[in-house]
Design a protein around this ligand. Sequence first.
Ligand SMILES: NC(=O)c1ccc[n+]([C@@H]2O[C@H](COP(=O)([O-])OP(=O)(O)OC[C@H]3O[C@@H](n4cnc5c(N)ncnc54)[C@H](O)[C@@H]3O)[C@@H](O)[C@H]2O)c1
Length: 338
Amino acid sequence: MCALKVGVIGYGYWGPNLARNIFGLPDSKLIAIADLKEENLKRAQSLYPQAVLTKDYQELFNLGLDAVVVSTPPTTHYSIAKDCLTHNLHVLVEKPMTAKSEQAEELIELARERGLTLMVGHTFEYNSVITTLKKYIDSGELGQIYYLDIARLNLGLFDRNSNVLWDLAPHDISILYFLLQENPISVSAQGSQCAFKGIFDVAYLNLIYSKNIRAHIHVSWLDPCKVRRVTVVGSKKMVVYNDVETEQKLKIYDKGVEAPEYTDGFGEFQCNYRSGDIIIPKIHFVEPLRQECQHFLDCIINHTEPCSSGSDGLRVIKILEAAQRSMINGSTHEVIQW
Ligand SMILES: NC(=O)c1ccc[n+]([C@@H]2O[C@H](COP(=O)([O-])OP(=O)(O)OC[C@H]3O[C@@H](n4cnc5c(N)ncnc54)[C@H](O)[C@@H]3O)[C@@H](O)[C@H]2O)c1
């Protein structure tokens, strides 16, 4: 089997990481890179002198490519991905897949009609720490899951064409689906527009799942500290994934509390706290983006559905839309129609 011929569209901040992985994998050949900015193409040329470099992504349609990776700003994903699918190219498009759910539905249908792979870059689904965390949840070791809490905070990067919800929360919403394997029943959200009027730079989301499981997401472009943390609290154990740690990213705490039978007398209300060992599992870590790119190639070669398929992209957009409505309407409780 010959290596798949791949083009990268969008070579700003994230595109170079995709190009590096596509270049480095034996199942793909990096044939071309498109970006509107001359300086970005110059950067690409120094690393990939063999690649065709162009400001016009439509030139990629004449190069006999098999697939493209789209890493342009989110508002352009729909039109570029649609154009590429129409030219019979398999597409890996960055998150969020589109700006509207109708656009995502259209791309899914187009890919289905043409028998093409449509995948969205929900990178954390290819992260070994997250897959290890899922194994702990699925094994029942944590007990009944009470709640999940995710924080993704830092100072910047502000984007006047987006907001913090659409920029950062796609990661967390996709992590929640990956871990729980179910859609939330409803979402409510609160947002603040601190630094610039009209741009939400801080957001808090509350998602309600079946069995009364709650998930909280806090995303911010306006925080003094970089925080990348997922906490899962169960009736038996608790887990923290701290992505800012260089090692020991996942810790399983044998901690919990057992409430005694309720009595009227406050003095008799004594909880039984448990604080046991902390386990730090050894995780073989491979760059998640490399695993994501390899998965895209595997799906094309084997005609299989990606883990982060177009439908997963659509699911995330529907939740973002509901959360955005809630933020605008004063934290309304939005039931999501699935
Ligand atoms: N998966 C992740 O962890 C991750 C991380 C960062 C960004 N992203 C996503 O990657 C995408 C790009 O983000 P970024 O931070 O690199 O943005 P960026 O603005 O730094 O880069 C986007 C690039 O696209 C180029 N571009 C715009 N329109 C184009 C067109 N029509 N043809 C060719 N090039 C075009 C721009 O010139 C720019 O260089 C976004 O969807 C973002 O959400 C994902």
